[in-house]
Design a binder for this molecule. Structure first.
Ligand code: SAM
Length: 212
């Protein structure tokens, strides 16, 4: 893969980090107030979902609603997803990642998920046949990600228009009400796909210094 290598060993553990077991999980990144996380875990009781959100107020809102609804298979986490993924997840552990309406980063294209070296690390945590759903209301964001999938990551995907009556997340509802085109890429990790992180075990809360 031509992209610069992600420096996983430099990631410090998130504050109050707690390790997880090496069992199949789904992971939502940037879960916001948790609407999708609560819906998905309710509709898929056989799946375990971890919903990671960096912004405190949004995380607290998700946590509060989770307290009311009580899904046993949902674990909300307050953390930046990059260090959390590096410290918590095992290779090929994840069945599905959800990245729904990520920040568009208009002034910082290098911070968009498929432009980041971190994406290779994310791919290493996905099991063969596992999927990443990336949704956006910004056609250029989807188009750029589409190109990255072909030119850099060389992964199979499908592109879908999200139906006008879909209501998975707060942002999705807002954008569809405004009549905006919302699309998603569903990316699959194919058989035989390898990354430079396939043997990288989770740092499990060690500091970077201790891990080196
Ligand atoms: C535009 S909002 C979308 C929220 C939700 N997915 C929705 O569709 O309603 C993007 C969210 O991603 C979160 N976020 C951005 N970068 C993140 C990161 N590195 N780790 C965890 N959350 C992140 C932001 O705090 C924000 O809540």
């Amino acid at each position: 893969m031509p992209i610069r290598q992600f420096q996983a060993q430099r990631m410090h553990a998130p504050r109050d980090f707690q390790a997880i077991a090496n069992q199949p999980v789904c992971v939502e990144i940037g879960a916001g107030k948790g609407k999708h996380a609560l819906l998905f875990s309710g509709q898929n009781p056989e799946k375990q979902l971890i919903a990671v959100e960096r912004t405190r107020e949004k995380f607290l809102s998700m946590q509060k609603q989770h307290g009311l609804e009580g899904q046993q298979n949902l674990q909300p986490i307050h953390a930046d997803a990059l260090p959390w993924v590096v410290h918590a997840l095992f290779p090929a552990q994840v069945e599905q990642f959800f990245i729904l309406y990520p920040n568009p980063e208009p002034h910082n294209p290098a911070q968009r998920w498929l432009n980041m070296p971190f994406f290779e690390f994310l791919l290493s945590r996905l099991k063969t046949g596992g999927q990443i759903t990336l949704a956006s209301n910004i056609p250029d964001y989807i188009e750029e990600a589409h190109q990255q999938l072909i030119e850099v990551w060389k992964l199979p995907f499908v592109k879908e228009v999200i139906p006008a009556d879909s209501a998975r997340t707060h942002f999705e509802i807002k954008y569809l009400e405004r009549g905006e085109l919302c699309q998603q890429l569903i990316i699959t990790k194919p058989e035989g796909c390898t990354t430079r992180f396939d043997d990288f075990q989770p740092l499990q809360g060690q500091t970077a210094a201790a891990a080196e």
